[in-house]
Design a protein around this ligand. Structure first.
Ligand SMILES: Nc1ncnc2c1ncn2[C@@H]1O[C@H](COP(=O)(O)OP(=O)(O)OP(=O)(O)O)[C@@H](O)[C@H]1O
Ligand SMILES: Nc1nc2c(c(=O)[nH]1)N=C(CO)CN2
Length: 178
């Protein structure tokens, strides 16, 4: 079975671009994951714990045969591989991968909540997600993504690298990864 999922990536320590690039490469290299689309990369003001550096954020669309829990494990593996430190809640991190959506499923367990519980307030997630797919419906609320994007306050989200440049750099052969 093939499942569509959207994954948000963020980094605000060290070579932020390189962390995102390596993470997308690792997703592409995974036997059971293919990356279908990448958003632009945005530079974003920190949300939550604000006394930290700006993030680079992006979203990727994948197709996978993995269950949501196996996909979470794969994402956490990639985070670990790049030496993520998580000392401060919502604080600085080399690399953060959040699973936003998985098909149209609603999942609520201790380790995994989908749709990601904080995504609907976060411009750094909604703007790149909307860029990839303007017609998404958020299954937990049965509302179009568009209605959330239209109501976003200005949270300091700026294009840092264009969608075309990201696609060229992250999907070098022009072919979809997997
Ligand atoms: N949709 C999801 N995607 C990724 N992790 C999730 C999801 N739902 C629940 N989790 C759990 O969240 C934990 C990661 O929390 P973490 O400390 O990285 O949160 P954070 O990234 O700092 O904050 P936030 O979740 O607000 O982005 C994981 O161990 C995972 O079990
Ligand atoms: N701009 C921005 N702010 C954040 C981010 C992030 O990825 N980007 N991640 C957080 C915890 O997941 C907390 N705050």
């Amino acid at each position: 079975m093939e499942h569509i999922s959207y994954i948000a990536l963020g980094s605000n320590i060290g070579d932020r671009f390189e962390y995102l690039r390596k993470a997308v490469m690792a997703l592409r290299d995974h036997t059971h994951i293919s990356v279908l689309a990448t958003s632009s990369i945005y530079e974003t003001d920190p949300v939550g714990y604000v006394d930290q550096a700006c993030f680079l954020n992006m979203v990727v669309k994948v197709v996978t045969s993995l269950s949501p829990f196996a996909l979470l494990a794969a994402a956490m593996d990639i985070e670990k591989q790049f030496g993520r430190k998580r000392e401060v809640h919502w604080g600085p991190r080399t690399l953060d991968l959040d699973i936003l959506l998985y098909n149209h499923e609603n999942i609520e367990t201790e380790q995994l909540i989908i749709p990601h519980p904080r995504m609907l307030e976060r411009a750094f997630v909604l703007i790149p997600l909307f860029e990839i797919d303007e017609s998404l419906i958020i299954p937990s609320v049965q509302r179009p993504l568009r209605s959330y994007v239209e109501q976003l306050s200005d949270q300091g989200v700026r294009i840092w690298k264009s969608r075309e440049a990201v696609a060229e750099l992250f999907m070098p052969s022009g072919k979809e990864g997997g």
